[in-house]
Design a binder for this molecule. Structure first.
Ligand SMILES: [Fe+2]
Length: 409
């Protein structure tokens, strides 16, 4: 009969262990896993009260993370001396609080605190020589003392819980590191963008007439690139490039940039050197996006090969530079210049039409007018071009203007 009972108990305990393993590896939230693990341990010994503590490495105290039958345990902490912790790690076996092991004595005031809870047996949660917590339960329902077998079973169960706590602790540390690194990365990113914006403002500040030009070119570039189906990474690249495309003007005399009368050939040469100077400045910077120096170098090229500095034709010009060439010229046309007032929207579009496939690439012009049309028709989610225009554009005018626009060649 006894034999049958112990076999039954053994099977029950094996089953509980299997369930405990399953529970611990389940994707449930950690608090629930710890709670149900405690209930399973208590169930194995028919104990009515139990508690699991977690060890706080910084404050060097154990604090409860799950309990049953003990009422409110919030704020309860157990302090253990560093020597006691060393002994716990060395001993690493469950303790019968009624036992005579020297460790029981080493628990000091924590022992009295545990006895207040009615704790009779406890097991420390130790992984890789690190104390992670403790589980304590009160007497067995049967009133019997804890046998060696019981303490062994408690030890195995405690190991399961310890590994779960270990994984959770690692995950929490990793999350903490991740949040910390993410914060640092966000700070760096903000500094990076602030620096680029400061550069753009410094470039535009040299030209009394083109305030905000770099920001507008940047905004136009990104909407056209989006319309052309570019990846978000490439869109970000051209957005940044737009902010910096005239950076070479930093080296050009301010009086030349702001001169109202026609430029001499020397002045013209100096002004036209800005794409190459910009390229030289930007090619020394390791940007996380492709092509920024080349877009800067070639933003004054024309598809018929009459642009500068490299006199490139059509597809030899990087596509980003072709986008930039169009929107840069469009913004120049639609804003006041020292030598002429701004053109109306219609005049600017007529200019684009006249220079279709000469200065401007048809493959870029079409997405550009398509975006404008969508914005005027109210089909664009975030209109970027129309709000920058100085006149009201209505669908009828726009449709008439775009009608008969040369087709792709
Ligand atoms: Fe330029």
């Amino acid at each position: 009969m006894d034999m049958e009972l112990s076999l039954e108990k053994l099977l029950f305990n094996l089953n509980t262990l299997a369930e405990l393993g399953e529970e611990i590896t389940s994707p449930k939230d950690f608090t629930r896993v710890v709670k149900s693990s405690l209930y399973m341990v208590m169930g194995s010994f028919s104990a009515s009260r139990g508690i699991i503590f977690q060890y706080d490495q910084d404050d060097k105290v154990l604090f409860p993370i799950a309990s049953k039958g003990l009422g409110d345990v919030k704020g309860v902490t157990l302090k253990l001396g560093s020597n006691t912790i060393k002994e716990i790690i060395k001993y690493n076996k469950p303790l019968d609080l009624k036992g005579a092991e020297p460790l029981v004595g080493l628990l000091g005031p924590s022992r009295a605190e545990l006895e207040k809870f009615g704790a009779k047996a406890l097991a420390f949660l130790v992984v890789k020589e690190e104390l992670l917590g403790m589980i304590a339960i009160n007497e067995k329902f049967s009133g019997e003392d804890f046998s060696v077998y019981d303490l062994q079973l408690l030890s195995v169960m405690a190991q399961h819980i310890a590994f779960s706590l270990h994984s959770h602790t690692l995950l929490m540390r990793l999350m903490h590191k991740y949040t910390e690194n993410k914060g640092l990365y966000e700070n760096l990113r903000r500094i990076y963008y602030d620096t680029i914006h400061a550069f753009a403002a410094a470039i535009d500040a040299k030209d009394a007439y083109t305030k905000g030009h770099s920001h507008r070119v940047s905004a136009y570039c990104s909407v056209v690139a989006r319309e052309m189906g570019w990846s978000s990474e490439d869109i970000e690249g051209i957005r940044i490039s737009g902010l910096l495309h005239d950076i070479g003007k930093i080296a050009v005399d301010k009086t030349i940039i702001n001169k109202a009368s026609p430029l001499t050939s020397n002045e013209c040469r100096e002004l036209n050197s800005h794409p190459v100077i910009g390229y030289e400045i930007l090619s020394r910077i390791k940007f996380p996006w492709k092509g920024i120096p080349m877009m800067t170098r070639n933003h004054h090229e024309k598809v018929d090969g009459s642009g500068y500095p490299d006199r490139l034709k059509k597809s030899d010009i990087p596509v980003g530079a072709r986008v930039m060439a169009l929107v840069d010229a469009f913004d120049a046309m639609t804003t006041d210049r020292p030598y002429r007032p701004r053109l109306s929207f219609k005049e600017a579009i007529d200019e684009v039409k006249d220079n279709f496939n000469k200065q401007f690439d048809p493959e870029v012009v079409h997405p550009f007018i398509s975006v404008i049309r969508k914005e005027v028709m109210g089909e664009a989610e975030n209109p970027s071009i129309i709000p920058l225009m100085h006149e009201h554009l209505d669908p009828v005018t726009i449709n008439r203007l775009f009608e008969g626009f040369p087709r792709l060649i």
